[in-house]
Write a protein that binds this ligand. Structure first.
Ligand SMILES: Nc1ncnc2c1ncn2[C@@H]1O[C@H](COP(=O)(O)OP(=O)(O)OP(=O)(O)O)[C@@H](O)[C@H]1O
Ligand SMILES: [Mg+2]
Length: 236
């Protein structure tokens, strides 16, 4: 399988502080990835590094065969990295439709297709960003990334702070993006159960490096390994 993304021994951080320590993984075309790990191990920093928002001291990032290690963030967005920030960053004083329209780039994802994918956003099209529920805000944040017509979605704890019923709905949407719409994701999650159900591959980080890599289903099925890596036994 052709590689979509390769991180090769990345050393990166903020200022002089090293957070990622020779971190490496690769992702094949059409595959989605869960990035798991306890608080503060560097999960968000991996996504920030993919978007060009950290200082890379050594190592390389290859995207569709091209070395993008030194590219600025806007060029990475143009190249197909679709960023959904942890804070959701919806514009509160713009309507749903304006929030979606301002980031639009040409491609198969149009306003109509995003509304088709998230009918709730069509119903709320005239509401302002600050009039939405948490789940609707997350749909809008994903919708905004879709409007940039990405090749890969980067999601940082998309379920954080949402009610269980909304979490289920979003998890189905993210899985559907990969399975039916051909748009895979990298999903950062502290809670492994859903993330492993939503993805093909998984890596687990400790102190800025990869300590486990393999198929999500295999990790989900190995309660002892999960407990050792993340301190969370899966219900048997
Ligand atoms: N902007 C920043 N400047 C300096 N240090 C930072 C910055 N952002 C994060 N760090 C540090 O980098 C380390 C990894 O943080 P990161 O946010 O990547 O972890 P995380 O795994 O996403 O954690 P969480 O599960 O809490 O979201 C932490 O020690 C954190 O203090
Ligand atoms: Mg984080």
């Amino acid at each position: 399988m052709a590689e979509l993304l390769v991180l090769d021994r990345i050393v990166a951080g903020y200022g002089n502080a090293v957070v990622l320590d020779r971190l490496g993984f690769s992702l094949a075309q059409g595959q989605s990835l869960a990035i798991l790990g306890r608080n503060g191990v560097g999960k968000t920093t991996v996504l920030e590094t993919l978007m060009g928002n950290t200082r890379v001291m050594s190592g390389a990032i290859r995207w569709r065969g091209q070395d993008i290690t030194r590219w600025p963030a806007h060029r990475r967005v143009r190249a197909g990295l679709g960023w959904v920030p942890q804070e959701r960053e919806v514009f509160p004083s713009l309507t749903v439709e304006e929030n979606l329209s301002v980031v639009a780039r040409p491609g198969p994802w149009t306003l109509d297709r995003v509304y088709g994918f998230f009918p709730r956003l069509r119903e709320r099209r005239a509401n302002y960003g600050n009039q939405l529920s948490g789940g609707e805000q997350q749909m809008l944040a994903i919708g905004r990334a879709l409007m940039t017509n990405p090749v890969l979605l980067l999601l940082d704890e998309p379920m954080e702070g949402l009610a269980p019923i909304v979490v289920e709905e979003l998890a189905r949407s993210i899985r559907r993006l990969c399975e039916s719409e051909g748009l895979p994701s990298i999903v950062v999650e502290q809670h492994p159960v859903l993330a492993l159900e939503m993805t093909h591959q998984a890596i687990v980080l400790e102190r800025g490096t990869v300590v486990h890599a393999g198929p999500s289903a295999a990790l989900a099925a190995d309660a002892a390994l999960l407990d050792r890596l993340l301190g969370v036994g899966m219900p048997s």
